[in-house]
Ligand binder design. Structure first.
Ligand code: ATP
Ligand code: MG
Length: 468
């Protein structure tokens, strides 16, 4: 894949042509005969490296180097010099040139210098990304779970990742959309290029366009220099539109154009800039519904959902709860130096039965809290869990594989018996009547299920006493 783009700037046709011949097999190559021309090409395309003649007809090579270095500090520039201008080379290196080559060229050396410069800027970008990840303090590479619904989604991701197709990740909050978007990038041939997230809801409408596409110097008051946008930053990497449903209408139009034409115009600019970035978007909202309500553009929706990936909510993949809980327990145990390392069986049953409205993020946060608060315990006990886990929810769907039949039936029975005892104010004969059974059988059940008086006695003061 010729995914790197070189620009050769030299006023001498023979030099341009010989350099083109050296590089065109491995890279995309553009040629410029003057600084003015070079300036336009750099602005329009995502150039990865410039080979720049030190002697130029319009501007002095070193002056132009200075200009490039100020506007694009991460763009490596290799100077081309005649044997007679060695002194100028020293100047150029001081101005931030990556390296230099002297005419006549040694082809092997030339290739080596260029590939090292490209490798270096790739590593610098990678380093920057890793630093951001470390700052996030959470490994993004571990993806836990093998429930069928989740495995299906992963299957789609694996197949689509290596292509250039746009992917739309759909899932409730906390189901792992961003994690999957990063996985797409990591499994794609673009893995060494940048991954650039855009939180569509977090950018004010009036700034959206300049955030995405950048602006030209003088585009508005205060724009004293050109600023690259997210598409520039992404280069031929991946750009991730999170909460795409929040994109303001005006920006939806602009995005559609990028998706259709693969090009954009900077704010205050007139040049059409090409982009090679891969697009991944995520939404917690039902976009189809928003389309029907006229709140999201239908054409944009179709362009985005080329490959839809649906992430199931945690309550529909309960079999993954033990795996995830143990994974987070190990992780946070190590991180906060907690002894807590296993989960009691009854506590696990409460985790399995809970509905998890905040999905995996909620589970992760809970386990982190447990690891911190009970750092001197070995096992997570049911009573460590907050109130909402103890509220009996008869209607929580039960999944084979998460409870044995006996556990599920006992649970069900226990719930009914306690409810009857509560309604009967603790009087067993009345509770038995409510359940359509005898007092003797009820007594037997109470013992078998180990129901204690505190299970059915009201925890707040009795309503009678509260009445005036
Ligand atoms: N399968 C998984 N294995 C391990 N960790 C996971 C998994 N899925 C999600 N997580 C973790 O759960 C948390 C929430 O995931 P993520 O931020 O990707 O969700 P999201 O869908 O983007 O949420 P939101 O809609 O709130 O932005 C993260 O800390 C992530 O690392
Ligand atoms: Mg997210």
């Amino acid at each position: 894949m010729k995914n790197k783009h070189l620009l050769i700037v030299d006023d001498e046709a023979s030099t341009r042509e010989s350099l083109r011949m050296v590089f065109e097999k491995d890279y995309a190559v553009s040629l410029a005969t003057s600084a003015a021309e070079a300036r336009q090409i750099v602005a329009r395309s995502n150039i990865d490296l410039v080979l720049l003649d030190i002697i130029m007809p319009d501007v002095d090579g070193i002056t132009f180097l200075h200009e490039l270095h100020t506007e694009y500090p991460d763009l490596p520039v290799v100077m081309i010099s005649a044997a007679s201008s060695v002194k100028r080379v020293v100047e150029a290196m001081k101005e931030g040139a990556w390296d230099y080559v002297t005419k006549p060229f040694d082809v092997a050396e030339l290739r080596h210098i260029v590939s090292r410069a490209l490798e270096n800027s790739r590593l610098r970008r990678k380093l920057h990304e890793l630093q951001c990840e470390v700052a996030e303090e959470f490994p993004v590479d571990r993806i836990v779970g093998n429930a069928p619904l989740f495995a299906q989604a992963l299957q789609v991701v694996r197949k689509a990742a290596s292509t250039d197709s746009t992917i739309l990740i759909i899932g409730e909050s906390g189901t792992g959309k961003e994690l999957i978007a990063r996985l797409v990038h990591r499994l794609s041939p673009r893995r060494d290029e940048p991954f650039v997230p855009v939180h569509c809801g977090a950018i004010p409408e009036q700034l959206m366009e300049s955030e995405l596409f950048g602006y030209e110097k003088g585009a508005f008051t205060g724009a004293d220099r050109r600023k690259p946008g997210r598409f520039d930053m992404a280069g031929s990497g991946t750009i991730f539109f999170d909460e795409i449903s929040e994109t303001p209408h005006s920006a939806q139009v602009k995005l559609l154009r990028v998706l259709q034409e693969r090009e954009f115009v900077r704010v205050g600019g007139s040049e059409v800039v090409r982009t090679d970035a891969r697009i991944v978007a995520a939404t917690a909202q039902n976009l189809e519904k928003l389309v029907e309500q006229g709140r999201f553009r239908r054409d944009l929706f179709y362009r985005l959902s080329v490959v839809p990936v649906r992430l199931p909510p945690l309550r529909n993949r309960r079999e993954d709860i033990p795996l995830l809980a143990q994974y987070f327990l190990n992780y946070f145990g190590r991180k906060v130096g907690s002894r807590l390392s296993s989960i009691d069986r009854d506590a696990m049953r409460l985790l399995l039965r809970y509905d998890w409205p905040g999905n995996i993020r909620e589970l992760r946060n809970l386990i982190e809290r447990m690891a911190v608060l009970h750092r001197d315990q070995d096992m997570l006990q049911p009573e460590f869990l907050p109130e909402e886990f103890h509220v009996q929810n008869l209607f929580a769907p039960l999944h084979a594989g998460t409870f044995t039949l006996e556990e599920a039936v006992n649970d069900f029975e226990r719930h009914l018996v306690i409810d009857a005892l509560k309604k009967a104010g603790g009087v067993q004969t009345r509770a038995a009547e409510l359940l359509g059974t005898t007092r003797r059988i009820l007594k037997y059940r109470i013992e078998k299920l180990n129901i204690q008086p505190q299970d059915f006695r009201p925890t707040v003061s009795s309503p009678q006493k509260e009445r005036p």
